[in-house]
Design a binder for this molecule. Sequence first.
Ligand code: FES
Length: 305
Amino acid sequence: MAWDYSEKVKKLFFDAINKKASSHIGEIDNPDGEGFHGSLVCGDAIKLSFKVEKNKDPKKDIITKIKYLTFGCTSAIAASEAICIMIEQGKYTPIKALSITKDEIVKFLDGLPNQKIHCSIMGVEALRVAIYDWAEKRNVDLEKLGIKKEQKQNKKQDSSDFVVCDCMGHTKSYVIDQIKDLKLKTVEDVIDKIKTGSVCGKCIDKKDGIKDILKELNNKNKKEEEKTPYMLTKEIERTVHEKITPILAKDGGGIEIIEIKDKELFFKLKGTCKTCSSANNTIEYVIQKTLRDKVHKDIKVKQVL
Ligand code: FES
């Protein structure tokens, strides 16, 4: 099948395979951060490695050189190039690089065919793993900065998590996150976009497999849609008090609810959170993500200054 690639994708791909000086294919010796994502079984895998210019405050380290090795298609190579260019040209710190999304990569590439979006996810995931590696080496406590580590595709989140797809090593929590993030609806979408179920297919029909996960999420969505504004307000309040406040309080921070309008929460940060340089991460990864996971997928949060 011939894919309709943008001119930018084609240029980055040909520059890479022709080993032009601008290409980032390769591996960095003694990297400060290194990450792998994908599976050689399914035929798509990316390894990213980077070097930083070290600062006395590791949070201000700048990524100066980043390279990748990709076992995959045109899109996987172009998406990896895109990540490297964005980071090097933008003089990103590893923490800032964590905010790169698959949508930004797709935009940078002037689009990708729908069936190839998983290639951009792979790059983002490999980058995350490389940044977690850097954080460990540089003794940076990401959780303390309000950055909740996203799960690796094959790392169980807690004792209730398990590997759904043995061929790809994908855990249930990983599959659920990708289904929500990419708004996947069918088994075909899941196979197309994230490759879970793409090898032997046994994980599609088995108990707690892909079909069961989709059904479970579908039921959850239906229940969410049935919530009245009153129920939403009460659930947001309860989640803020019972789940979010204790997390912020661990580091002397807090949150005050100002107003709840339908699915939107207006709040003030309190204590150490008010002056924390990572407050944006706390808002996105702790406050908003928790409310979206526990109350409704469309919750929006807004800080009142
Ligand atoms: S278990 Fe083989 S494709 Fe999922």
